[in-house]
Design a protein around this ligand. Structure first.
Ligand SMILES: Cc1cc2nc3c(=O)[nH]c(=O)nc-3n(C[C@H](O)[C@H](O)[C@H](O)COP(=O)(O)O)c2cc1C
Length: 181
């Protein structure tokens, strides 16, 4: 059966570098035969988790916003790819909020197995994405059936669309998408 890859792009700005990278990953995934769905959080209304933990009994969130539909998409995916700009050496707040709001999934059987992270940052050093990757690894560790399957860190890009000039990184992203599991 064709594997479903859900790509969540969390940058809210126009010309987002991480979103451009994510689209290249999607192109590779499509060429590798995956079924893909690309979602930008730009036009989504996603409130903070209140921490009430009602979801652990009802398997539903008390907040009725766009996460109702998005959680279902996470539930139907085999593979998850999250894209984020690096903000203060961490993942974006938007992505963290998205992950927190997936808490109704915590006490359920879930289908998704491999979870990937794509980042872009001004800082080109190898360490620039470490905290963001560790944050996502922490989330993944809470879902026993899943594993953190890879990081693609795009360092050295700052201005909107700047990554479009980095053909090496775009090629890497395409190959990353082709090799998703
Ligand atoms: C609030 C904020 C914080 C940032 N913090 C960092 C940082 O800690 N390290 C870094 O290298 N770049 C930082 N940047 C730069 C972005 O990571 C960089 O511009 C990235 O390419 C943006 O990705 P996007 O176009 O997908 O939003 C920051 C940008 C913003 C807006």
């Amino acid at each position: 059966m064709t594997k479903k890859v859900l790509i969540i792009s969390s940058s809210l700005r126009g010309g987002s570098n991480s979103e451009i990278v994510a689209h290249e990953v999607e192109r590779g995934a499509v060429d590798a035969g995956f079924e893909t769905e690309f979602i930008s959080l730009k036009d989504k209304a996603i409130n903070f988790c209140k921490g009430c933990l009602a979801c652990q009994k009802t398997l539903k969130c008390v907040i009725k916003d766009d996460m109702v539909e998005l959680i279902q998409k996470v539930q139907n995916a085999d593979t998850l790819v999250f894209a984020t700009p690096i903000y203060y050496y961490e993942m974006s707040g938007q992505l963290k909020t998205f992950l927190d709001r997936c808490n109704p999934l915590f006490s359920q059987e879930n289908k998704f197995r491999n979870v990937y992270l794509l980042t872009t940052s001004y800082d080109a050093s190898d360490e620039a994405s470490d905290n963001a990757a560790n944050g996502l690894k922490g989330w993944v560790a809470c879902f026993e059936q899943s594993r953190f399957a890879g990081l693609l860190a795009g360092g050295g890009v700052n201005d909107p669309k700047e990554v479009s000039k980095h053909n090496d990184l775009l090629q890497k992203a395409y190959n990353f998408g082709k090799n998703l599991k």
